[in-house]
Design a protein around this ligand. Structure first.
Ligand SMILES: *Cc1c(COP(=O)(O)O)cnc(C)c1O
Length: 381
């Protein structure tokens, strides 16, 4: 049988068996519309309530502050649009960073078209935002700060608690895109002074097409998806009950195993980095610092074009990505890597390896072996 080594866990994960098992009855047996009054509908309603409590427990917020959405992108959109529009009488200035996911950056562009002004903070060579630059960017009319908890392309973790403190001191609403953080970082929205937060189940062994937005009580918010009264009238649409059950179970499991999971994956990562450093020259490890997601590796490899390299790795059954998944069909360099100061050439020779649950030490040896040979062959051409 052909070998398949999946190392693109930041793009998406498989669904864990325990998660799938909990979801299955809600596709067929317990299919009722949660808004109805009869008993199978009540089962849907109860399942949603339980899941909402699980998400709230994982974030340390109240369950009436948790809203289910159709994706992480939708959570980012609804939070940014909903909060900006509802608070525009207080001011029209927003602060974000240059390395956000496109779900945040393109929503900020939309807000600029609506008359908001957006400041995009720089990052240093490790991808970290500068807190002084943040402080200096704050104006009397700043209503919202949005900085991601962990970056999807290079895995850097931002100083969220410090940013939350600055936002709180200045009476500014603080949103964080925590889609990459769940399952790796303990999230406590109270302790971190977070007012709004986005997550997505398919990044932590749950199903695709289900996300969640935390929005703190008393934050003014205009709904974006209009219709029925679901989700406390803040997000219309018949509930995706299996998905909601899935995200609840997945976040519960993620937090239960967080430390062991991080430890195991960082061991694999360290081993892979060592193999690569010892066996392939001309490799730069991007954001090579402590503040990183445990399984995330970003490599710029001298003299290769990342897209060709990906195809050659794929022929050997290895799944990795170049920059971010959304960019893998375009030749434009990643906005994250260029913000970190990489040259165009370096950015276009960068691959992202993200390790996860099913990876083993054999995988690591295999990746190191294949990568070495592929790079040697490539450079011979
Ligand atoms: C994947 C991702 C998203 C988008 O989530 P979807 O559920 O795929 O829409 C947003 N932000 C970050 C940081 C991500 O990694």
């Amino acid at each position: 049988m052909e070998r398949l080594v999946y190392c693109d866990y930041s793009a998406t994960t498989f669904v864990k068996q325990e998660v799938l098992r909990e979801m299955l009855p809600y596709f067929s047996t317990n299919f009722g519309n949660a808004s109805a009054v009869y008993s199978i509908a009540r089962k849907s309603r109860e399942a949603i309530d339980i899941s909402r409590k699980k998400v709230a427990l994982a974030l340390n917020c109240n369950s009436d502050e948790v809203y289910f959405t159709a994706s992480g992108s939708e959570a980012d959109n609804m939070i940014l649009l909903g909060i900006a529009r509802a608070n525009k009488n207080k001011g029209r200035h927003i602060i974000t960073s240059k390395i956000e996911h496109l779900a945040v950056l393109n929503t900020c562009k939309e807000l600029e078209r609506e008359g908001f002004e957006v400041t995009y903070l720089n990052v240093d060579k490790n991808g970290i935002v500068n807190l002084d630059e943040l402080r200096n960017s704050i104006r009397d009319d700043t209503i919202l700060i949005s900085i991601m908890m962990a970056n999807n392309e290079v895995g850097v973790i931002e100083p969220i608690k410090e940013i939350g403190d600055i936002a709180r001191q200045n009476n500014i609403i603080f949103h964080t895109d925590a889609v990459q953080a769940v399952g790796h970082i303990i999230i406590d929205v109270n302790d971190m002074n977070i007012d709004a937060l986005s997550i997505s189940a398919h990044k932590f062994y749950g199903p695709k097409g289900i996300g969640s937005a935390y929005i703190k009580r008393n934050i003014d918010f205009d709904p974006v998806i209009l219709g029925g009264h679901q989700e406390h009238c803040k997000r219309a649409g018949t509930e995706n009950v299996p998905g909601i059950v899935g995200i609840g179970k997945a976040i519960e499991i993620a937090n239960l195993n967080l430390e062991d999971h991080n430890y195991n994956i960082s061991c694999l990562r360290d081993c892979l980095l060592k193999e690569i450093k010892n066996n392939i020259d001309g490799v730069i490890i991007n954001a090579d610092i402590e503040n990183k997601l445990p399984g995330s590796i970003s490599l710029s490899i001298d003299g290769v074009d990342s897209r060709n390299l990906l195809l050659m790795l794929d022929m050997n059954g290895i799944c990795v990505s170049s920059g971010s998944a959304c960019n893998s069909n375009s030749i434009a360099p990643s906005h994250v890597l260029t913000a970190m100061g990489l040259s165009l050439k370096q950015a276009l020779s960068t691959i992202r390896i993200t390790l996860g649950d099913k990876n083993t030490m054999e995988d690591i040896k295999y990746i190191a072996y294949v990568l070495k040979n592929v790079v040697i062959n490539y450079r011979k051409k």
